[in-house]
Design a protein around this ligand. Structure first.
Ligand code: KG4
Ligand code: ZN
Length: 333
């Protein structure tokens, strides 16, 4: 079984070829970030138009890299949601047309399922069941993964996602969109303890998160100060420590509640090195093992969609030609 995966849910156009026996054969990605940066965030209309321009060349490149003729492709997987509806429809329409032209099945994949199962692209992948911390620009969730398609959301953010909080605070610090990775770099020069931000929701039981207050805390901390490089770095450090501590504590609780021995970290914020270090510590304390996808498969990519498409086609799924895209879509429904 060899599957081509197409991801267009936001501002990355990505295509990959995954083979059930040989693993990942190729992956290509075009990031639109430079185009959206001028606006301080993703402009949905521009994103859709750019996906139209980029998709076909990327498919050609991914097939050439994989040394795969189109006849050797057994199915087409595409991100069907959640995400920007225009961007999703470009990918869905394109994938369904390819499927029609090539006479192959197409499957619509849940974007977050792609993130959840991305560690299966790596050497020594986790076995089911596992606990997953999904931390992206749009979502922060703790998910119990019992098997393919068997997901229970144990807790999620009541407001901003962790990545969103990183991006908004980065903006306050004068960093270009999306500022998560740049804030993390700035934090490396910051001094611990100069700014101590609240650890949201740690005083309550449960596995819910809330991050919207942190950007306000950062705003208040910055008010009336001369924003030299050291102050900006100190604020970045304090903010990052608060987010990481909150995520780590909720993971610790979730491991305890579920009794799981494997923790998967997925989504763009999972590329954060300090978060990785901290969660390794949490896993050790809980006698668990932690699994991370490589950083480029933490952020949006086509490989995770091709992989899940392959697993679902192998499981016998075949989605009707009338299937379409969904801007909102709860995991597990
Ligand atoms: O998973 P992703 O690529 O897209 C969504 O599906 O949302 O995640 C993107 C998010 C952005 O908010 C970005 O700022 C954040 O991941 N991010 C990071 C780092 N790298 C990316 N946040 C913190 N530290 C990083 N190193
Ligand atoms: Zn994503």
């Amino acid at each position: 079984m060899r599957v081509i995966g197409i991801e267009t849910s936001c501002d990355e156009t990505a295509v990959a070829v995954y083979d059930a026996q040989a693993g990942l054969l190729s992956h290509r990605l075009y990031s639109q970030i430079a185009m959206h940066q001028a606006y301080g965030g993703v402009v949905p209309e521009l994103a859709s138009r750019d996906h139209v321009r980029r998709l076909l060349p990327l498919v050609r490149e991914a097939l050439a890299d994989a040394a795969s003729a189109r006849e050797s492709i057994d199915g087409i997987a595409y991100t069907a949601g959640p995400g920007l509806i225009g961007a999703l429809l470009v990918g869905a329409g394109f994938a369904r047309s390819l499927a029609y032209a090539w006479g192959k099945p197409a499957v619509g994949i849940h974007h977050l399922e792609g993130h959840l199962l991305a560690p299966l692209l790596e050497q020594n992948p986790p076995d089911y069941p596992f606990l997953a911390l999904l931390v992206s620009g749009g979502h922060t969730q703790l998910v119990d993964v019992a098997g393919l398609g068997r997901y229970t959301v144990l807790g999620e953010s009541l407001d901003d996602a962790a990545g969103e909080a990183f991006d908004k605070t980065a903006k306050l610090l004068g960093l270009p969109y999306p500022g998560g990775a740049a804030l993390a770099r700035l934090a490396e020069n910051g001094r611990s303890g100069q700014f101590v931000f609240p650890r949201p929701m740690l005083d309550r039981d449960g596995l819910e998160f809330s991050f919207s207050g942190l950007k306000t805390a950062a705003l208040v901390a910055l008010r009336g100060r001369v924003l030299d490089d050291q102050v900006r770095a100190d604020v970045a450090r304090g903010f990052q420590e608060a987010v990481i501590e909150t995520l780590a504590e909720k993971c610790r609780r979730a491991l305890k509640v579920t009794g799981r021995r494997r923790l998967v970290v997925a989504g763009g914020v999972g590329a954060n090195l300090r978060l990785r270090e901290r969660l390794e510590g949490v896993a050790r304390e809980g006698n668990a093992h932690v699994y991370f996808p490589r950083p480029e498969f933490c952020t949006d990519n086509g490989a995770m969609i091709a992989l899940v498409g392959c697993l679902r086609l192998q499981a016998g799924e075949n989605h009707p030609e009338t299937a379409t895209a969904r801007a909102t879509w709860d995991l597990g429904h």
